[in-house]
Design a protein around this ligand. Sequence first.
Ligand SMILES: CC(C)(COP(=O)(O)OP(=O)(O)OC[C@H]1O[C@@H](n2cnc3c(N)ncnc32)[C@H](O)[C@@H]1OP(=O)(O)O)[C@@H](O)C(=O)NCCC(=O)NCCS
Length: 190
Amino acid sequence: MSTPLTIRRATLEDAATVADLVERAYRGEASREGWTSEVDVIGGRRTDTEQIRALIAAPDSVVFVGVDEGRIIATCQVQRHGPGLAYFGTFAVEPTIQGRGLGRRMMEAAAEHARTTFDAAALEITVVAQQSALIAWYRRLGFVPTGATRPFPAEAWGATPLVPDVHFVVMRKPLSDRDEVDTEDVDRVG
Ligand SMILES: CC(C)(COP(=O)(O)OP(=O)(O)OC[C@H]1O[C@@H](n2cnc3c(N)ncnc32)[C@H](O)[C@@H]1OP(=O)(O)O)[C@@H](O)C(=O)NCCC(=O)NCCS
């Protein structure tokens, strides 16, 4: 049975709840319940309320939340990033209910927003290279590795890589038939 989900834009009042969800899904002990936990790959917090408030308030940025019976159970962010390109990240589903299609629905909502509101021809994500199951899923969703990689800014983020060679791979999903956009490298991560 599919989980009901209403997708809406987050408000500043949602920031603390969204930050807690992101933390639980990515790196907290609770993330072990999900299928993409970073808990054995990267130590330290993934985000906090102030960072989420900044994403909600940023121009050309939307944080979406997926709500079931008044409870926020999923989130993602999409941001305009230069002509024809949007960036997708801060993507989390409550660990105990992952694998039921909620992530796919959040991604589809963000891609639609990027295409219609940001006029984006491509959606970009960055994925921790060690997350091979996640990378395989993004491929199934139409993302293709660009071949670019980005360093993991451990010091700047106060995070600790727990395995060697933690870095990001860049993937892009075409959103229209237009030619692939040509943009400079960007410094954002999923
Ligand atoms: C990434 C995330 C948002 C996906 O949400 P979700 O609700 O699980 O996504 P869905 O249920 O729509 O899709 C899950 C997919 O993974 C597959 N999957 C489920 N369990 C899996 C497992 N143990 N191993 C591999 N694949 C698995 C499902 O079959 C499905 O694939 P399909 O769409 O081709 O059928 C969620 O796992 C999460 O919050 N992860 C922690 C934060 C994170 O890593 N974010 C992404 C950073 S780039």
